[in-house]
Design a protein around this ligand. Structure first.
Ligand SMILES: *[C@@H]1O[C@H](CO)[C@@H](O)[C@H](O)[C@H]1NC(C)=O
Ligand SMILES: *[C@@H]1O[C@H](CO)[C@@H](O)[C@H](O)[C@H]1NC(C)=O
Length: 433
């Protein structure tokens, strides 16, 4: 109760005094004096409430009913103060207190050879998540994977809170979201679609890391979080991930060990689609992984770091994928041994080599393989459907995204006796049923 009141008081202090250097110093003292306790899964009622509304974890004892993102206060924001913005020019923007330097497993490795230091946005830290989750599960034996493994998977995707920069993007986002909902419904997998930008400094592809962490600690019943980029689409609606195969692993990505460890290639894995186990290891990974993405300066410096360390990475701000490859090739453990690189089916299927073959597949193959014969996922890497400009021919991207949607949609409509006249068409025809 004392801790709870202190937490509320600390939050109040932070919120009301947000913005000046004086208060930043106050916060630094607060943080340094351990007033920010570890987050605990002790208030079951709160958890149930959070689960019921798919809400984000709230601060203990506070009732935050939020209607806008600006009001949304997450535990992590206790630590994400205005310090950075207030830091005088010329001074490093990375907080450098001892406590913060020790805050993560990842800071040492990320900082090796550079001045990168952890910005502690992932506070309050959790160090006994496996125990907390175990206790929770003993109290709620039939939540989650009681019945079958599928109910222990949460499919997570996300797109931006504001409209797309072009006229077609929002329609494509809607179609790709419908596709994920269809897949989830057909396989009894719950879907969490996010449109809130939780951590303002974690931009683009980095934004999924705070989201996954938030969902992980709000859903102790979930065993696997399944991240899928908004520009990826299920194209085999019958294929199921062989989850039992991954029982000894905590992270499953599409990729090839040889490309990562021998060639040190930044495209040896794809971080647009992956499965992440709900456990302490994953919380630690998210914390460590996010170091390079936590600010503009970190991403610039990280970009230089990965361009030097990896064989084929051009120089630009570091992305989450390069950061993970970098982590694996420079200081692999404890991550390496718990990561499964899946190459036996298209957990991520690169669109450019798939999309022209859909008709051929419909002629000669059938759903169920998940591999090149009928790819599980088609991922429109680089098409950037919601942005002003992608890396590829925009006309081709839009055409092919619509075709991929119809290719998948045919597998849904077939149950109702319909299919698309052709993959490029919204028109339907009746099938013989
Ligand atoms: C940080 O870690 C170093 C080395 O492990 C240790 O000597 C130091 O006391 C730690 N500082 C804090 C504040 O925990
Ligand atoms: C872009 O793609 C469309 C459709 O595939 C094609 O007709 C057009 O020639 C392409 N444009 C360029 C510049 O390659």
């Amino acid at each position: 109760m004392l801790i709870l009141s202190l937490l509320v008081a600390a939050l109040f202090l932070l919120k009301t005094t947000f913005g000046s250097a004086q208060q930043a110093r106050t916060h630094r003292r607060l943080a340094a004096s351990n007033l920010l306790p570890e987050w605990k899964l002790q208030d079951e009622e709160r958890i149930m409430e959070a689960r019921a509304t798919e809400a984000f974890p709230r601060l203990q004892g506070t009732k935050l009913v939020t209607s806008s993102i600006d009001e949304l206060v997450l535990p992590s924001q206790l630590a994400a103060t205005s310090e950075e913005r207030d830091a005088p020019k010329g001074e490093s923007s990375f907080p450098r207190s001892d406590k913060e330097e020790n805050a993560s497993h990842g800071d040492a490795e990320a900082a090796a050879g550079s001045s990168l230091l952890l910005k502690p946005w992932l506070l309050p830290r959790i160090s006994n998540w496996d125990e907390q989750r175990q206790i929770w599960r003993e109290k709620h034996p039939c939540e989650g994977n009681c019945n079958n493994y599928k109910s222990s998977i949460l499919l997570v995707s996300s797109s931006r809170p504001s409209p797309c920069d072009n006229s077609h993007g929002d329609h494509i986002m809607l179609k790709f979201m419908k596709n994920k909902m269809d897949y989830g419904r057909l396989h009894g997998i719950k879907v969490f679609y996010n449109m809130a930008h939780l951590e303002i400094d974690m931009v683009d592809y980095w934004s999924k890391l705070p989201l996954l962490r938030t969902l992980m600690i709000s859903h102790p019943e979930v065993e696997w979080l399944w991240w899928m980029d908004s520009d990826a689409i299920f194209t085999d609606m019958t294929f199921e991930v062989p989850i039992a195969k991954y029982s000894d692993y905590n992270l499953v990505l599409h990729g090839w060990e040889q490309l990562v460890y021998e060639k040190k290639s930044w495209i040896g894995i794809n971080t647009g689609i992956f499965l992440l186990r709900n456990c302490q290891w994953s919380l630690d990974l998210l914390e460590s992984w996010s170091v390079m993405g936590a600010s503009k300066e970190a991403r610039e410096e990280g970009g230089r770091l990965v361009a030097r360390a990896l064989s084929d990475r051009p120089l630009f701000d570091v992305d989450d994928q390069s950061a993970l490859v970098y982590k694996l090739v420079t200081n692999g453990e404890p991550w390496k041994s718990k990561i499964y690189m899946e190459g036996s089916y298209c957990l991520h299927g690169y669109w450019d080599s798939i999309v022209d073959k859909y008709e051929e597949m419909m002629q000669n193959s059938r759903p169920g393989y998940g591999d090149e014969r009928w790819p599980f996922v088609t991922h429109f890497v680089g098409c950037k459907p919601c942005a002003k400009q992608g890396h590829y021919n925009e006309t081709r991207c839009i055409q092919q995204m619509n075709r991929a949607f119809n290719f998948a949609d045919n597998q849904v409509l077939q149950q109702y006796g319909y299919k698309h006249l052709e993959l490029g068409s919204v028109m339907l025809e009746k099938t013989n049923r």
